[in-house]
Design a protein around this ligand. Structure first.
Ligand code: NAD
Ligand code: GLY
Length: 359
């Protein structure tokens, strides 16, 4: 069964997340969101799997080009972004074109930033192909590339015209990538929905087996929560920060380990464990909630104990995170599963405790 989830933004910028299994390949699926031109941005691995299906959904477009970018976080750069712009210029795309991002978060972030800036903004459709992209990066309009000084330092808020969320794409996703994406699904339960967290606990085996009905429910609930938060606070002036639960720790882990050995979702999982420990230390959550989060992360195969990270280096890296405002580190803490809030001025001792206990 297909679902439509609305990301309700001001004016005409609202857009649907079309969710189902087997959507890709439906003739004219993208007709409502495209005009005469389109550029599909993808990578070689994903293109081999899904480009033919996407082409079938784009038959209404007369002028279709494809650009493949390098595979992996190390290609989320200004050079790659420039290569996408070159493809648009060289193939004479005008302001009526639509950039179609077909891939995981790396493709989505680069393609989204190119769409945001080419001729001051052209159409964008996100077709996420990883679990992380389905439940997080394709929704909400954050686009960016990395700079040697930091992750996502150059980017824009730019909303797509539609997200095509086909859980069928997950059949080919490597196990490790799947589990890493699942960390973000767990996050939604922790930040906003205790019954969903309960459901994840009781369906974890089916989800890891990629049962389609369970996948649709997990992606649906995740997208509904993200859509609501983004609709309330599109540009992260306040409430949207709750989506960063575990991420300040996670981004620091990624920075300290040099991004290569650990996937984003794995770092977020480790960060959520630390954030739960911090929440207990600050008296916001009890030990039972902490244990439940640890246990679900563990059962998802996201074991974090093996991380060998220098405590001071991690604290340093946390100071560089974009969530620091006026020199004060603000962290999202859990007030019991299903609810979170912002903690400002967290004592360094409490942070150190969380870092050393949460792994
Ligand atoms: P990714 O884009 O690198 O994809 C992971 C790997 O899976 C790649 O090798 C890719 O080629 C492969 N792949 C993709 N789909 C596949 C499929 N269906 N079958 C087989 N292989 C497939 O990684 P990711 O985890 O999707 O995204 C991580 C990126 O997302 C990071 O750069 C992160 O900063 C960004 N991100 C952005 C937001 C946002 O709001 N914009 C949110 C979270 C993360
Ligand atoms: N991934 C966090 C956000 O979209 O705000």
């Amino acid at each position: 069964m297909n679902h439509r989830i609305e990301v309700a933004l001001a004016g005409e910028r609202s857009y649907p997340i079309m969710l189902g299994k087997g959507l890709l390949g439906t003739p004219n699926l993208l007709e409502p969101y495209t005009r005469n031109q389109a550029l599909v941005v993808t990578n070689a691995a994903v293109s081999g799997l899904f480009l033919d299906q996407v082409r079938r959904s784009l038959t209404s477009v007369d002028h279709l080009d494809v650009v493949e970018i390098g595979d992996g976080e190390r290609f989320k750069t200004l050079d790659t972004y420039a290569a996408v712009l070159d493809a648009l210029v060289d193939n004479r795309h005008n302001r009526t074109t639509t950039v179609v991002a077909l891939g995981g978060g790396v493709v989505g972030d680069v393609a989204g930033f190119a769409a945001a800036t080419y001729q001051r903004g052209v159409g964008l459709v996100q077709i996420p192909t990883t679990l992380l992209a389905l439940v997080d990066s394709s929704v909400g309009g954050k686009t960016a590339v990395n700079h040697p000084a930091g992750k996502n330092l150059i980017g824009a808020f730019y909303q797509p015209h539609a997200v095509i969320a086909d859980v069928g794409v997950l059949a080919t996703l490597p196990e490790r990538e799947f589990r890493a994406g699942f960390a973000e699904v767990i996050k939604y339960g922790i930040i906003a929905d205790q019954p969903f967290f309960d459901w994840l606990e009781s369906h974890i085996d089916e989800i890891l087996d990629r049962d389609p009905a369970c996948l649709i429910h997990a992606v649906r609930r995740s997208c509904e929560i993200k859509a609501r938060v983004v609709a309330d606070d599109e540009r992260e002036q306040g409430r949207r920060m709750i989506l960063n639960f575990g991420h300040t720790f996670g981004h620091a882990i990624e920075a300290v380990t040099g991004y290569e050995p650990i996937l984003h979702g794995e770092a977020v999982a480790a960060g959520m464990v630390m954030a739960m420990d911090l929440s207990v230390r600050l008296g916001r959550s009890d030990d039972r909630d902490r244990h439940r989060v640890h246990r679900l992360i563990e059962r998802s195969g996201l074991v974090t104990e093996a991380l060998d990270i220098d405590e001071d280096a991690l604290l340093d890296a946390m100071g560089m995170d974009k969530k620091v405002m006026d020199g004060r580190l603000r962290l999202i803490v859990c007030d019991g599963i299903g609810s979170v809030s912002v903690a400002s001025d967290v004592p360094e001792q409490a942070l150190r405790w969380a870092i050393t206990h949460g792994r």
